[in-house]
Design a protein around this ligand. Structure first.
Ligand code: NDP
Length: 257
């Protein structure tokens, strides 16, 4: 994998915590020579700390660029690509990981604000990033080249009561990804979806509006995956031979029904 990833420029959204943070470390550990990592999220101070930690661990063979970016804001996303330093412009891999769940509510009680932020981040945000970066991929020979790895969820396949909006956003990611994969079939652009099951991250804290006790209760009596478990899969799919598309992967803990 190290050889295949060597020389690549990789963007990870939502890299300030959980799966995105682990993915940044996993890429750096797997390919510590001649790799460029662009780490994005809203919490820039955390990203800067992560960049420093990565460099401390693997050395300066991996160049890390932390960038503050809200994926739900199209103008920020456009500005992000336009303002990239020259050496980070030739992006090869986009990991669309930024996402969130807010609240647990049956349909009549869903708060509009929660609904809007979930769609704006999980769906529109992912599409904003894809549209901004695809022109870079499409300029390459043979109809274009590059990887788009979209992080969906088991929730996109198996909706649950109280999760109507979140599940719908993750189902939308599946549909969008599948369309895009078919649209780019004549190119060397790979569109791949990784759907995690239960993973212990800040995800649940966000879901319960910062209530840590409620968030922790979600994991009581079960053994969730760690963010590293998903990061390993993301790096694996990115590291396949060019002609291999790992289009659709579901990864969940052994206890999860
Ligand atoms: P975390 O809450 O730990 O991480 C979410 C990341 O998304 C953070 O880095 C956050 O950074 C970023 N983010 C949120 N909103 C925005 C925004 N508008 N613009 C840019 N970045 C944003 O959760 P996970 O690591 O668990 O979640 C990562 C992905 O995995 C999500 O898409 C989630 O839906 C998916 N997933 C998670 C599962 C789980 O059980 N944990 C299960 C299935 C899927 P910041 O706040 O700094 O912007």
């Amino acid at each position: 994998i190290a050889k295949r990833l060597e020389g690549k420029t990789i963007v990870v959204t939502g890299a300030s915590s959980g799966i995105g943070r682990s993915t940044a470390f996993e890429f750096a550990r797997t390919a510590p020579k001649n790799l460029k990592l662009i780490l994005t999220a809203r919490r820039i101070d955390t990203l800067k700390e992560i960049a420093t930690e990565i460099t401390k661990e693997v050395g300066d063979g991996v160049k890390v660029l932390p960038v503050q970016l809200d994926v739900s804001k199209p103008e920020e996303v456009r500005g992000f690509v336009q303002n990239l330093p020259e050496e980070f412009r030739d992006i090869n891999v986009l990991v669309n990981n930024a996402g969130l769940v807010k609240g647990v509510a049956k349909a009549p009680e869903i708060a509009k604000e929660d609904m809007n932020i979930m769609f704006a981040t999980n769906v529109t945000g992912l599409i904003n990033m894809t549209q901004a970066i695809m022109p870079i991929f499409l300029k390459r020979p043979d109809g274009g080249a590059g990887d788009i790895i979209n992080i969906g969820s088991i929730a996109g396949r198996e909706p649950y009561p109280g999760g109507g909006i979140y599940c719908a956003t993750k189902a939308a990611i599946r549909s969008f990804s599948e369309s895009l994969r078919k649209e780019t079939i004549a190119s060397r652009i790979r569109v791949m979806v990784v759907d995690p099951g239960q993973v212990e991250t800040e995800f649940s804290v966000v879901r319960f509006y910062g209530d840590k006790a409620k968030a922790d209760a979600v994991y009581a009596g079960c053994e969730p995956l760690t963010p590293d478990d998903i990061a390993e899969v993301i790096v694996f799919v990115a590291g396949r031979r060019e002609n291999v598309v790992v289009a659709d992967t579901l990864v969940f803990p052994s206890h999860q029904a």
